[in-house]
Design a protein around this ligand. Sequence first.
Ligand SMILES: Cc1cc2nc3c(=O)[nH]c(=O)nc-3n(C[C@H](O)[C@H](O)[C@H](O)COP(=O)(O)OP(=O)(O)OC[C@H]3O[C@@H](n4cnc5c(N)ncnc54)[C@H](O)[C@@H]3O)c2cc1C
Length: 513
Amino acid sequence: MSKVKNAYKEIEDIIGTDFITDKDFMKAAYSRNVDPAFPDRWADMIVRPESTEEVSEIVKIANKYKITIVPRGGGADLVGGSVSEGGILMDLTRMNNIIEINETDFYCVVECGITWGALVSELHQRGLTTGVLGPGSGYSATIGGGLSNSTAGAGSTKYGLVPDICLGVEVVLCNPEGTILQTGAAANKYAKPFCRYGVAPDFTGLFMGDVGTMGIKTKAYLKLFPLQPYRKSINFMLNKNDWNKVTELTHKLQTEVKDGLNSLAILPHTVFKMLSQMAKERPKQRLRIRGSAFGISLEASDERILEIYEEKVKEIMLKDDVCRIFKYQEIDASIEERQENEIILKNIFHYFNKYIGIMPGMISLTTCHKVPISFIPEGAEAAAQFDAKYRLEFPEKAISLWATVIYVLPNGHCVFVGGLTAFNRDDQRKIAMDMWHKKLRAQVRYGGAHYWLGESISQSIVEAGAYTPEFAQFFKDMKKAVDPNFLLSPKKFHMYTYEDDISKHLVEDEPYR
Ligand SMILES: Cc1cc2nc3c(=O)[nH]c(=O)nc-3n(C[C@H](O)[C@H](O)[C@H](O)COP(=O)(O)OP(=O)(O)OC[C@H]3O[C@@H](n4cnc5c(N)ncnc54)[C@H](O)[C@@H]3O)c2cc1C
């Protein structure tokens, strides 16, 4: 029997016939994420463990037969992260229990395969929240995926990225022993998982944003916050297309309204115009779109505090006639008005369709990355220069948007949520993939920091030469300590073996302006 067949049999004995498969139709169903620029990739088997102990046993078998493993949550990755060419694809969504919600000490313990939908719905009923509510891909993405992709989402302006609410994890290391360990306060076997720092170095960080390369996260300990009952959203339109003004106003809002700001999103002028052209129901009097739009969501524990926040926001935004308040109905009468204190899960789910999936029917090669807010004007310029320089190499009729939306994060930085589109056709796929990597390398070289790294982005970071030799060696040494046989998520970061020198993937001489 081949090693794959042997491993299959042994895993089947552990998790049962119903939770392992090598049937073609299942392998096909798991062969993609939301990233059609990649070819389909078929794993040798798909396994669906139910407990940490089962994960550990599977890891031991994988080590025995030297078979690779890729962990998978909701499979909503955009960059080749949770598919596997051969080997074991480990679907963690059966591990979906809420183990503890501690309302007094504001933390919860969940299994990593639970979806944001299940967790947030339960918490909101109890007047609690995780603050950041998961990614724009929707509520079927998992907590494990969010931690592994350093996800930003609704609420991130105030509460930060998903790793920022993480107090520790239970993780299975991909070593022959299938070691199970806890990080954060939970590393103290006498302690509850109520805080992240203080027991040992911050080993939680090793597993955050690792795109499943450092371990398989099975449980997460997450911060909770009281759900703020008073909310209000206000939209402003700039009277001029001026990026310096965008930076200035963003900084002011962060300085003066800080805790009241749940979300701050800026819709660039071009995207705003595109949205208005795509309106389902055009109002009779068409709005003249002069500048970018600010979407501001405020939250507070008390109505009076909310009023103060609102007043402050208006004072900042309306000073010197820089902006005016507007409603989206002014560009599309079919857009529903949101009630003031409502969180509409459906809207959070669909925000991508509205602001990001701006070209339906195409594949999007996402290039979302973080920059300091002071870089916004220069970033817009650098992106335009890149597009002008390489326009002829773009896939057919591609549309490149450096930012379909700029989403503000805490402490003076923001995300450029953008990308490139291409036709979902075989003859366009390689051209699209090459241009995608080139664009990502340019962003790395102007100092951007991406977050969901998967395969295409993690490889582009290496190709751009971001890592010093010392850092690359440290990274490999750390990985070797937790995955000695190099079985977990191969290919990411252009790592294929520990002997390889990743600097050979460097792409030089590539000016982006
Ligand atoms: C329309 C759309 C909108 C999106 N919007 C956002 C957004 O606003 N913000 C954002 O950050 N992302 C966004 N994404 C990307 C992605 O959906 C998110 O990053 C999401 O958090 C991934 O979660 P998932 O459970 O689907 O993970 P998966 O796709 O299953 O996995 C993601 C990565 O994490 C690893 N992984 C998953 N679970 C584990 C685990 N338990 N242990 C170890 N490794 C694991 C996988 O190997 C993979 O590398 C979007 C995607 C789409 C399609």
